[in-house]
Ligand binder design. Structure first.
Ligand code: BES
Ligand code: MN
Ligand code: ZN
Length: 506
């Protein structure tokens, strides 16, 4: 699907379908009013007949509207004008795209992006529109013997903005496209079943990504990990027949020597729980336990496409968590790369075991800050559901940046307290710490565990167990938190750029 930016009046758009909005109860947007005027009251008549009432999620397709250049006019319900915010805007775009795609239209001109959304500018509207549109038409059919052909009927989508907004909208279009591409990559990797998506497969995909975007890539294998003393990562991997990999991706868009932002992503390609075996229902979904790693790949792809003036390092420890004959057993004590010892009381708390070594490894990059991303705890799904991911960290400014990026991108996060009081729950009689902290505050104690390995830099942790995946009949990867992370990087990039510009002017 190709996107473009246009401006102009709706009745003159030469397109198969022009999409205009209707507020509840039957209030025409200015684009709809313009069409109504050109069509000598045709829309008002249709609205009076009661076929559409402007409610969110409704739409109505009209053929051969007189006085209009487009072949069809699609009316989309926007809800009450006073409630028209982020969510209603996104829903309207999704409905528009889905409806046009359903009727098999190959091109459409969407007037909804010129509507005012409270506190949002045209760049935000266009970025969001592109992301929502790409998400709406996304299908995963790699493993179907008969592909849907064509994947999406819709080929060209133009978003309309006011004439003065065209320049900004065009750069927002490119940004939205990059974020959508990063999300697409993440979704493809997380949706791919674990018999295909092994640690070796992900390492190969990292190489492909590196080639495409001229990134540096290092793949550490078991022997490298042994040399480095990554024993907690190796401990998780030892129950599996698939060899573990630690992928390091480097994007150098910033000034030489500028400290990198390091992203660390959990890459468990399948989490059976190990000897602390998970129950059978929904265990299939544990193929998405590599979503942290996939989000790092996707975010770096988006950053590279946008050519952000930053240095970024992605570190992704990747393994299966299996109950093999060599698997770790509850009670085993292992020495992590940091030298701290861990009593593994539950082999299903494996994410923190692979992350702690990756977080220690991150030190060697002299990071500006480190953000880790992990489908870490079921407790986070209980606490926040699928609406927000959990965020915790050791630096309030960094945490606040991530919270703001979540709000801005529509990929929201919510902070949980990472107070020292919770550290007590990790006490062990036999090692420096246990890998679990009991039934209470499971998301926080998981982060407390990671906090013991991140004392040397500014760090934040995103628990995306509830947001990276959708259950039910729309089962599949959401591509989150690629939008949040990319917005965070874009913010950092605009800060990195600003002083350089100022000095040049002098
Ligand atoms: N990958 C899971 C967390 C998870 C659960 C993600 C549900 C998505 C949906 C993680 O490895 C895990 O098993 N965590 C345990 C920790 C517990 C043993 C302390 C959990 O949440 O049950
Ligand atoms: Mn687990
Ligand atoms: Zn897991």
């Amino acid at each position: 699907m190709e996107f473009s930016i246009k401006s102009g009046t709706p009745e003159t758009q030469r397109t198969a379908t022009v999409v205009v909005g209707v507020f509840e109860p039957r209030n025409l947007t200015s684009a709809a009013a313009a069409i109504d005027k050109a069509a000598k009251g045709h829309l008002s008549k249709v609205l009076k007949s009661g076929d559409i009432d402007g409610k969110v999620g409704t739409s109505l397709l009209l053929h051969g509207v007189p006085g209009v250049a487009a072949e069809r006019v699609l009316l989309v319900g926007l809800g009450k004008e006073s409630d028209f915010g982020d969510k209603a805007f996104r829903n309207a775009i999704a409905k528009a795209i889905a409806s046009v795609n359903e009727i098999g239209g190959s091109d459409a001109t969407i007037m909804l992006t010129e509507l005012a959304v409270s506190k949002r500018n045209a760049m935000w509207r266009v970025r969001q529109a592109v992301m929502v549109a790409a998400d709406t038409v996304y299908r995963f059919d790699q493993l179907k013997s008969k592909k849907e052909s064509p994947r999406s009927a819709l080929k060209n989508v133009a978003f309309v903005v006011a004439a003065g907004e065209v320049t900004g909208a065009k750069s927002a279009l490119a940004e939205g496209h990059a974020i959508a591409a990063g999300q697409h990559l993440m979704k493809d990797l997380a949706n791919l079943s674990a018999n295909y998506c092994t640690p070796s497969y992900l390492a190969d995909q990292a190489k492909v990504l590196a080639r495409e975007h001229k990134l540096g890539v290092d793949i550490l294998d078991r022997s490298d990990m042994k040399k480095l003393g990554m024993n907690t990562l190796l401990a998780v991997a030892q129950g599996s027949a698939e060899p573990p990999k630690l992928v390091v991706l480097k994007y150098n868009g910033g000034t030489k020597g500028a400290k990198p932002i390091v992203l660390v992503g959990k890459g468990v390609t399948f989490d059976t729980g190990g000897i602390s075996l998970k129950p059978a229902p929904e265990m299939d979904e544990m193929k998405y336990d590599m979503s942290g790693a996939a989000s790092v790949f996707g975010t770096i792809k988006a950053a590279a496409m946008m050519k952000l003036p930053l240095n970024i390092v992605g570190i992704t420890p990747i393994t299966e968590n299996m109950p093999g004959g060599k698997a770790i057993k509850p009670g085993d004590v292992v020495t992590s790369m940091s030298g701290q010892t861990v009593e593994i009381l539950n082999t299903d708390a494996e994410g923190r075991l692979i992350l702690c070594d990756a977080l220690t490894y991150a030190e060697r990059f002299n990071p500006d800050c480190v953000v880790d991303i992990a489908t870490l705890t079921g407790a986070c799904v209980v606490a926040l559901g699928s609406v927000a991911c959990g965020v915790m960290g050791n630096d309030d400014a960094l945490t606040n940046e991530l919270l703001a990026s979540g709000q801005e991108s529509g990929d929201r996060a919510w902070q949980l307290p990472l107070w020292d009081d919770y550290q007590e729950q990790l006490k062990s009689n036999f090692a420096d710490m246990a890998n679990i902290g009991g039934r209470m505050a499971g998301t926080i104690t998981a982060a407390c565990f990671l906090a013991r390995y991140t004392k040397k830099y500014q760090w934040a942790h995103l628990d995306v167990a509830g947001t990276a995946w959708r259950g039910g009949d729309k089962k599949g990867s959401t591509g989150r938190p690629v939008p949040l992370l990319t917005h965070f990087l874009m913010q950092r990039a605009s800060k990195a750029k600003a002083p350089a510009k100022a000095t040049r002017k002098k």
